[in-house]
Design a protein around this ligand. Structure first.
Ligand SMILES: C[S@@+](CC[C@H](N)C(=O)[O-])C[C@H]1O[C@@H](n2cnc3c(N)ncnc32)[C@H](O)[C@@H]1O
Length: 305
């Protein structure tokens, strides 16, 4: 008997993940070999192997600075390698590390800024490895970004990158591990805006999170998948939509429960209105995929937000 679709998807994800991880490991080993060779060259140029990082010893100058930069890169390369697999690609001091997804270049960051130009405190939901968090923190005028994320491993990676980015972000950045199916968002304060991308469609009761968002902010930027149409007669919480399987704990991008509920567009707009967001601007509606399109929207409680 053929296994159900979600089981096949899970197996496919694991196989892809393993293959990608092997490619990343090979790339990192190559980069480390290259950096070790550069380190030897820099040491030879200085001609004083042991003296470079000894306090009080005159190891200043361009060559010593170059050596320190090489060693910083080598350390980062090793640290990223040790924490594989990565989803997000980070650019630090002109060099890239991690996975494939360059969150800093994601157009949703610009769309968020255009929708809420005044927002200086931002709550991000489902912050993964911190890619969007750091991009939001680099926006002019942003002072505080809190990333909430349900997987301990993702939070650990985001915190590690935060130390590597040290001094590069003007805003205060913080990551908290929490299950957004039940989290009390008020614990983290009030926010000018909430940035919620790729999370809502992983939840079994998305309307509950929207309600809690409405209690701590007047502005919501949302990117989510929706159902094209409800399965005949299917609804949850009184909203039309469809229930799907999630891909399990091992998938760093998946939900924490086994099932999720995707509302239709009408269902989503009703959920938003019930949470107090009566003004919804549809920024983008993607092509219909197998299950339905993705939508990008800005929602506000009043028009001046
Ligand atoms: C598809 S990824 C999206 C990541 C990122 N926001 C983006 O748009 O690229 C979903 C993220 O939400 C997290 N997540 C899923 N369900 C969650 C829950 N119930 N509570 C907290 N985080 C959750 C996952 O661990 C993952 O980091």
């Amino acid at each position: 008997m053929k296994p159900p679709f979600h089981v096949l998807q899970r197996l496919k994800w694991r196989a892809t993940e393993t293959a990608q991880s092997q490619v990343a490991a090979r790339r990192s080993r190559r980069a480390q070999r290259q950096l070790l060779a550069e380190e030897q060259e820099a040491l030879a140029a200085i001609g004083a192997r042991a003296l470079v990082d000894v306090p009080g010893v005159a190891a200043a100058g361009e060559e010593a600075e170059r050596l320190r930069a090489i060693r910083r890169r080598l350390q980062l390369e090793r640290d990223f390698d040790r924490q594989r697999p990565w989803v997000t690609r980070f650019e630090i001091e002109g060099r890239t590390y991690g996975g494939k997804f360059l969150a800093a270049d994601d157009r949703r960051i610009g769309q968020f800024r255009a929708s809420f130009p005044q927002a200086s405190s931002i709550l991000e939901l489902g912050s993964l490895e911190g890619g969007h968090t750091f991009a939001l923190a680099q926006l002019a005028g942003v002072e505080r970004v809190v990333g909430l994320e349900g997987r301990a491993a993702n939070v650990a990676k985001a915190r590690f990158v935060h130390t590597a980015f040290d001094g590069m972000s003007r805003a205060a950045v913080e990551f908290v591990e929490v299950n957004l199916e039940v989290a009390d968002l008020a614990l983290y304060g009030a926010f000018d805006a909430v940035f919620c991308a790729g999370l809502l469609y992983h939840l079994p009761r998305p309307w509950e999170l929207l309600q809690r968002i409405g209690e701590i902010s007047d502005c919501l930027f949302l990117w989510t998948q929706i159902a094209s149409e409800p399965r005949r007669g299917e609804e949850a919480g009184g909203y039309p939509g469809r229930t799907y399987h999630e891909y399990g704990e091992a998938d760093p991008l998946s939900g924490l429960s086994t099932m999720s509920f995707w509302p239709t567009w009408d269902g989503l707009v009703r959920m938003l209105a019930d949470a107090g967001f009566h003004h919804v601007e549809l920024i983008e509606r993607g092509d219909v995929q197998r299950r339905g399109p993705a939508v990008t929207l800005a929602a506000a409680k009043n028009t001046s937000s």
